[in-house]
Design a binder for this molecule. Structure first.
Ligand SMILES: Cc1cc2nc3c(=O)[nH]c(=O)nc-3n(C[C@H](O)[C@H](O)[C@H](O)COP(=O)(O)OP(=O)(O)OC[C@H]3O[C@@H](n4cnc5c(N)ncnc54)[C@H](O)[C@@H]3O)c2cc1C
Ligand code: SF4
Ligand code: SF4
Length: 487
């Protein structure tokens, strides 16, 4: 199974979900009723005009073929790397030229029938046959190569690129063209998820320009990368919006990001598919970080790619750190880490990063909420809060897992709660094995709590974080008291 490219939802609007019906009606229905093909004329005009202002926006948002590939065929697609022949500019230009000549010849032939009863049928059939070709050729490529393989050679795609170039040259696009924009390069995890979910298999994170924008002619402005970026730092913005965004982005917590050479000092097996890695800093030898921050660990060079891991320890001298990694099912990065990383290996890190989970020490009451692997940043946080003097007189940790066996660092948190009266440890399991374990989710625990006056820090799965934030909103907890990160 190809692990690099991820199949994920790309259908974010009604049009994108249903536009494929037009392809089928024109290509199949047109065999019996050729005038259906005439609908393609306004479609071609629209995409040519739109691309003059907004590049290949049509392809990612309205195209009936694109909708067919993403909404219908993708689940069955092999989702492989798009073949280099299809990606090549030469193939695109040759195919476009062949298509244009064929179309021109057909128009000449049909023009002879102008004024006769069959003219509109003959004209319509030209487009019916081209839609049928896309259905067969594009559909086959979509199934056996990648859903959007066709889009690299589509003559209408190239037509849009020509129109876009003209718009650019005339200075029109600056005010109308929304491009993928990153709020701050410092906040990028370099995880490559934007590239792994991109229908066109582009690499936005590696090709950002000085304005923090991804200026690629083949970008179809589909927003799939925006939806999937774990850092939530991508938007579709015009140049003016991009400038504003970069100026207004608060990069606190990311300013001390640096490149670090480290060595794997130890690998501890904490459970099935769960390892703790002790990383010793080599260059620089001392790195200052705060509990609640995370680091990036390089998994490969080409294309360069890192994975983010919460710092699970706190070394006051700043000579090392530890991270706890859960092997993801079919996970690309964890597959590399679990199979290739060995004790003594040199590795590249970037960090420390993150501000969301760095606890405000002026708070009086702190509530930590975690599920699954989201517990890791709370290990050093609890250690620090228990050890150091501060205003905080109450710390509660609510930790959700599937069963009793899935609580990571359970004896540690149990012992902290026994030793420190300020610290309360509440566990909840969705599928407990024993009767004495509380059954449910972290949100079930929260529903019974009085939450006023707490600074609340949440880390865990996207679903848990979303549900918890929603619940806190419903309970009128102030937005400025809630901080979260997904892991
Ligand atoms: C700030 C932060 C802190 C984090 N801290 C931790 C931590 O402390 N510990 C930890 O273990 N993780 C942590 N993570 C998550 C970590 O960064 C990685 O995302 C995680 O290890 C999985 O990486 P991967 O490359 O193996 O998985 P990926 O390959 O990215 O896959 C993730 C999931 O996507 C799905 N998927 C993958 N490939 C496909 C495909 N081809 N088709 C369909 N679905 C697919 C699978 O369900 C898979 O489980 C953190 C993330 C962030 C953002
Ligand atoms: S870069 Fe983003 S918006 Fe552009 S095609 Fe790829 S996923 Fe879509
Ligand atoms: S998906 Fe990853 S690499 Fe791409 S912009 Fe977001 S954080 Fe950066």
């Amino acid at each position: 199974m190809e692990l690099f490219y991820i199949k994920t939802n790309r259908v974010f609007s009604w049009t994108r979900k249903h536009a494929w019906i037009i392809t089928v009606i024109v290509a199949i229905g047109g065999l019996w009723y050729p005038k259906l093909g005439l609908v393609v004329i306004p479609i071609m005009l629209s995409l040519t005009v739109l691309s003059f202002f907004k590049g290949r926006y049509w392809c990612g948002n309205f195209c009936p073929h694109g909708s067919l590939f993403d909404a219908v065929i993708m689940p069955w697609s092999r989702n492989k790397k798009i073949h280099p022949v299809l990606r090549s500019r030469i193939t695109g230009v040759l195919f476009f030229s062949w298509f244009a000549v064929k179309l021109f010849n057909k128009f000449i032939k049909v023009a002879g029938a102008f004024g006769t009863a069959s003219f509109w049928d003959k004209l319509g059939f030209i487009f019916v046959s081209s839609y049928l070709m896309v259905l067969v050729v594009g559909g086959t490529l979509s199934l056996f190569n990648s859903p959007r393989s066709w889009c690299h050679i589509c003559p209408m795609g190239l037509l849009q690129i020509f129109s876009y170039r003209l718009g650019k040259r005339l200075g029109v696009t600056q005010k109308s063209d929304g491009k993928i924009t990153i709020a701050s390069k410092k906040m990028c995890h370099l995880c490559g998820k934007c590239a792994r979910v991109c229908p066109m298999q582009l690499e936005p994170y590696l090709e950002l320009n000085e304005e923090n924008q991804f200026d690629h002619e083949k970008c179809i402005r589909c927003a799939t990368c925006i939806e999937n970026c774990p850092a939530g730092i991508l938007t579709l913005d015009k140049l003016s919006g991009a400038k504003e965004l970069c100026e207004n982005t608060d990069t606190k917590g990311y300013d001390s990001r640096q490149k670090i050479k480290a060595k794997i000092g130890e690998i501890k097996k904490l459970g099935l598919n769960l390892n703790e890695y002790i990383l010793e800093f080599v260059q620089p030898q001392v790195v200052r970080y705060q509990p609640g921050q995370f680091v990036l660990i390089k998994i490969q060079d080409d294309p360069v790619m890192y994975r983010a891991y919460s710092i699970a320890s706190y070394d006051r001298e700043g000579k090392n750190l530890s991270i706890i990694i859960k092997k993801a099912q079919n996970g690309y990065g964890t597959n590399i880490i679990f199979n290739q990383f060995k004790v003594g290996d040199s590795i590249d890190l970037e960090g420390p990063l993150g501000e969301a989970l760095v606890v405000d020490k002026s708070a009086e009451r702190v509530l930590l909420i975690a599920n699954g692997i989201g517990i890791t940043p709370f290990i050093p946080i609890v250690e620090e809060l228990n050890r150091t003097k501060s205003n905080i007189h109450e710390i509660k940790l609510i930790y959700g897992a599937r069963t009793e066996d899935d609580f990571i660092y359970d004896p540690y948190f149990e012992s902290c709660s026994r030793k420190n009266v300020r610290f309360e440890y509440i566990k909840v399991a969705s599928r407990p094995k024993e009767d004495n374990m509380r059954r449910g989710y972290v949100t079930d625990v929260l529903k019974d709590m009085q939450l006023e006056g707490y600074k609340i820090y949440i880390c865990g799965s996207k679903a848990m974080v979303q549900d918890t934030v929603k619940l806190l909103e419903e309970q009128s907890v102030k937005q400025e008291d809630v901080f979260f990160e997904t892991a």
